[in-house]
Design a protein around this ligand. Structure first.
Ligand code: MBD
Ligand code: FE
Length: 296
């Protein structure tokens, strides 16, 4: 049997019926996308001679994976792919330049304290070195961006994020802040050094990664949203350039220009990193994607 089987009238009619294309109501765009997605699965089944056992074990995997979908999406490269799509659309529209975007990941929590000045991010005890990060947020002509809000979040020295910590040892906004930036665009914060993240051991993502001959580790990193009136919202992160996983991130978030090497001096480490934003052009450029996010 070849993949042409999917193109037979019997299967094509099944696809049109199942995706609602022959029904009156419903959402036309959802019908079109459902149809092509299901057809792609059918084609994959035929192409690889997928057995009954393989198919049903895949379904069982998805049923168990539910809560870890936010990890599987970056793990299989889909979240980075979305960045590549946005980059390509920007290039087509001539909207380029500035600090590269990179993936948000599933561990942001809305509602972190809004603070000003030289900010401490870490509320909870953590016996490790101190990270000092400083820099400036500018626009395309190097003008300081006024009235920005810099959202920062990162893991603790065990690689765990507050709110999502399986040990339950962190307060809800540990290592999470929204920093209100003044008219000079400058920011400064310090915190306990994060360590790299690993997916939950033996969970669905870990099992998938192992079955693919891969791992579920990320280098130590710090996440950012940058928002400011008149500028395009930026989602990005810096990954520590000297981390063993800097060149082998399971989530594909590391990018050229986003891999600073911390300047380590005894128990302190320093990173200087500037953000350059694009100017907002289209409606909605200033705002966030409609992704569902945790809130505390
Ligand atoms: C993370 O901390 C993260 O940043 C991403 C992208 C995926 C999983 C965990
Ligand atoms: Fe992260």
């Amino acid at each position: 049997m070849t993949e042409d089987f999917v193109k037979t009238p019997q299967v094509q009619t099944l696809l049109n019926q199942a995706s609602g294309l022959l029904s009156e109501g419903g959402d036309k765009r959802l019908k079109d996308i459902t149809r092509d997605l299901v057809e792609a699965i059918m084609t994959t089944i035929v192409k690889h001679d997928v057995t009954q056992d393989e198919f049903w074990s895949a379904i069982k995997f998805f049923q168990e994976a539910g809560p870890e979908f936010g990890l599987i999406v970056p793990g299989v490269g889909l979240e980075h792919f979305l960045d590549l799509v946005l980059d390509a659309r920007d290039a087509e529209a001539g909207q380029t330049g500035g600090t590269p975007r990179t993936i948000e990941g599933p561990l942001y929590v809305a509602g972190a304290p809004l603070v000003e000045g030289d900010v401490n991010l870490t509320d909870d005890p953590d016996d490790t070195d101190t990270l000092y990060m400083t820099g400036q947020i500018t626009g395309p002509d190097q003008e300081p961006v006024k009235d920005a809000i810099l959202h920062v979040w990162h893991a603790n020295s065990k690689g765990f994020y507050s709110y999502f910590d399986p040990t339950g040892e962190q307060t809800p906004f540990n290592n999470r802040r929204r920093i209100k930036i003044g008219s000079d665009g400058r920011y400064a914060f310090h915190s306990r050094m994060p360590n790299g993240y690993s997916v939950p051991p033996e969970g669905p993502t870990d099992r998938l990664m192992k079955a693919l001959g891969r791992h579920g580790n990320r280098p130590a990193h710090v996440h950012f949203f940058v928002e400011a009136p008149g500028y395009r919202q930026l989602t990005t992160q810096i990954n520590f350039g000297d981390d063993p996983f800097a060149g082998d991130d399971f989530a594909f978030a590391t990018r050229e220009g986003l891999l600073p090497v911390p300047n380590r001096q005894g128990e302190s480490a320093y990173i200087a990193f500037d953000f350059e934003l694009q100017r907002a052009k289209a409606a909605g450029d200033e705002g966030f994607s409609a992704r569902a996010r945790a809130e505390a």
